[in-house]
Ligand binder design. Structure first.
Ligand code: PEP
Ligand code: MN
Length: 285
């Protein structure tokens, strides 16, 4: 899958997802301010992330919690995309917002809580741009695949599936990250599959080991939450990697990616506004 068309404000670079590539999407759970996003976007770009991920519309369990900056957050994401050269993936919660979000991003995220929001699935299908579809916390793999069929039915085949953990009996981790879902999905679909060890574990200390495991299990990429100040983050602080921890993880993966016969998915050289240690690696396209 080639990314980069269909959006007006963000970076237009065509990066590749799936096949023998490995894509890292990273950024804060929520866009909180211009400063916060600028700092984190520069850090993840400098470490070698291929895409900037951040939420402007946040699905929060309590209506009292920070709901995201909305359109102002989308504008900050588009500006960060231009500054770093990284295409943006961001969540859309409401079918009525799909057009607006699509104008500011390269990829639309449908979150776990909306995996079976069928009007939203149809609408992102019609948007005709890449969609990141996250598995519901209590959804079977069958249900995830059927959800992707709703998007496909609208003529949109550009879908990336994301395993992000399922509800379990054990509070030791926030969710139970189902890494077996990766090879199971591989048997059942040609769609790229990425893994989100941040929500999947809920604890920063567990993110790197599960990220490495996801790569070895055959995932096509990772979604990682990064924050410059996890202690004061407005959402999901406990699971956020600090910028230097994220850079260490990518340095580690740099040795593993070729061993797993993968190439890094990276924005093309002319689009990259930030250099990173991965610039010397074999990259795609
Ligand atoms: C997120 O990606 O920030 C998010 C809310 O994740 P999920 O939908 O998997 O809970
Ligand atoms: Mn989050």
């Amino acid at each position: 899958m080639q990314l980069g068309s269909g959006h007006e404000h963000g970076s237009q670079n065509g990066l590749e997802i799936g096949g023998d590539t490995f894509v890292v999407m990273a950024g804060p759970c929520a866009v909180e301010s211009a400063d916060q996003l600028h700092t984190i976007a520069a850090a993840v770009a400098g470490a070698g992330a291929a895409m900037l991920r951040g939420g402007a519309f946040k699905p929060r369990t309590s209506p009292e919690s920070f709901q995201g900056l909305g359109v102002a957050g989308l504008e900050l994401l588009a500006a960060a995309s231009r500054a770093t050269g990284l295409p943006v993936v961001t969540e859309v919660l409401d079918p009525r917002d799909v057009e607006t979000v699509a104008r500011h991003a390269a990829m639309l995220q449908v979150g776990s809580r909306n995996m079976q929001n069928f009007p939203l699935l149809r609408e992102v299908g019609k948007a005709g741009m890449p969609v990141l579809l996250k598995r519901g916390a209590a959804a079977t793999i069958d249900e995830l695949l059927h959800a992707s069929d709703y998007i496909r039915r609208e003529g949109n085949e550009q879908i990336v599936l994301c395993e992000r953990g399922v509800r379990s009996f054990d509070p030791s981790t926030r969710y139970l990250l189902d890494l077996a879902a990766v090879p199971v999905l591989r048997e059942r679909t040609d769609l790229p599959v990425i893994v989100d060890p941040s929500h999947g574990t809920g604890r920063a200390a567990l993110v790197a080991p599960m990220a490495r495991a996801a790569l070895v299990a055959g995932a096509d990429g990772l979604l990682i939450e990064v924050h410059n100040s996890p202690a004061t983050a407005l959402s999901d602080g406990p699971q956020a990697l600090r910028p230097h921890e994220f850079a260490e993880l990518l340095a580690d993966l740099r040795r593993l990616v070729p061993l797993c016969r993968r190439r890094w998915s990276r924005p093309s050289a002319e689009n990259r506004a930030t250099s990173s240690p991965l610039d010397d690696e074999v990259i795609a396209p």
